[in-house]
Design a protein around this ligand. Structure first.
Ligand code: 1CP
Length: 349
């Protein structure tokens, strides 16, 4: 990791370099999205969500929308984790009100995928969006690139949709070598995808391991720890120096192993993690990101202010990046986001 805080006034980069700031940098997962009326309006310009993701001008505008409303310290690329399977030749569709649909690999004789280098060529519009966003960012705002982890992306490819991961775990128990081969292709493609985002201007990279939950330890090792560690080794071999935030949602008792064994530079923690109690088991001074319950942005008021205070107290004197414990929901109110940011900044120590 190469983060020299003296070279940058960006608070996110300073926190990732290990500084504990009086006011933590603030951004939040899914900060561009459906809770914003201007996003819903913009989204109508490309009814097919994948087309929206591949339109650099639309993706750039989606990133800028929350920055106009809120004094945030970071922007995240507008894209989706499922552009990777799409670029590898899988059919990816989004059904209104239901979510993504892919042709499931489970049940197919061959799991052959396209070539990682070619896949990344197909993702050129994503990197063009990164360049445009970077050029238009307000001063002090850091740009985060992202990808899904190999396992999380594999779950959508295996079962063709979201929902519980029972079939995916069964496939991994039944056909471990075939699942390993799938994960290896995703490691290579994802490393190149993140490298290209870094080259185009992303200053931080986040890996979304949204489906770390419910895994027995041997499967956590096979499906999460080993592929993530391989991904980060590969990224560094490709010359990528940007800090990496890992977000293993639902990792539970495996969280400390994830922090210690994958090579991530910072750890995103979900809402269920009692940070003060878990912290002694984590690498000393590892920057932590999280973890306000997104439902508090639906509720607002005193509950929201108390929730912010409780998160700030819980993270104590660790280098902290304020965030939600998962993505903001479409039901959240933008006014509550303003109140959340005011509460974080007002509580500066
Ligand atoms: O109609 C729409 O506008 C589609 C809604 C939407 C949006 C706004 C989807 C479909 N993806 C996105 C953008 C997105 N996805 C971003 C950039 C926006 C931002 O953060 O500001 C990011 C980082 C993601 C990442 C993503 N996509 C994850 C990991 C984060 C998480 O929430 O756990 C996952 C699991 C996906 C898959 C996906 N894409 C979209 C949906 C509804 C889903 C979840 C499907 C499911 O239920 O499992």
């Amino acid at each position: 990791m190469k983060v020299d805080s003296s070279l940058s006034g960006k608070s996110l980069l300073r926190a990732l370099a290990g500084e504990r700031l009086a006011t933590p940098p603030i951004w939040f997962m899914r900060q561009a999205g459906r809770y914003l009326p201007e996003y819903r309006e913009l989204r109508r310009q490309a009814p097919n969500f994948m087309d929206f993701c591949y339109a650099p001008a639309l993706a750039t505008e989606a990133v800028m929308q929350p920055l106009r409303r809120f004094p945030l310290d970071a922007a995240i690329l507008f894209s989706d984790i499922l552009v990777v399977p799409h670029a590898l030749g899988r059919d990816v569709r989004f059904i209104e009100g239901e979510g993504p649909r892919l042709d499931p690999l489970i049940g197919q004789a061959s799991w052959a995928l396209g070539d990682p280098a070619k896949a990344v060529e197909r993702l050129a519009p994503v990197y063009e969006a990164v360049e445009r966003i970077k050029a238009g960012l307000p001063e002090g705002v850091a740009l985060i690139g992202f990808a899904g982890s190999p396992w999380t992306v594999a779950t959508y490819m295996l079962q063709g949709r979201g929902g519980d991961k029972d079939d995916c775990r069964a496939a991994a128990w039944a056909q471990p070598a075939q699942v390993d081969a799938l994960l290896a292709v995703l490691v290579e493609t994802t490393a190149r995808h993140l490298q290209a985002q870094a080259k185009a201007g992303a200053e931080v990279l986040q890996i979304f391991e949204s489906w770390a939950e419910g895994l027995a330890e041997p499967q956590f090792e096979q499906l999460v720890l080993r592929p993530t560690a391989a991904l980060i080794v590969r990224l560094r071999a490709l010359g990528v120096t940007q800090p990496v935030i890992g977000f293993p949602r639902g990792a539970g008792h495996h969280l400390a192993r994830y922090a210690a064994e994958t090579g991530v530079d910072a750890l995103g923690v979900d809402t269920s993690v009692p940070v003060a109690r878990v912290r002694p088991a984590l690498p000393a001074r590892m920057p932590l990101q999280g973890n306000l319950d997104p439902q508090l942005l639906v509720v607002g008021g005193d509950a929201l202010r108390a929730g912010v205070a409780s998160v700030l107290a819980d993270f104590g004197d660790a280098p902290h990046i304020f965030n939600l414990g998962h993505g903001i929901t479409p039901e959240a109110s933008p006014e509550h986001v303003t109140a959340m940011i005011a509460a974080v900044r007002g509580a500066a120590t």
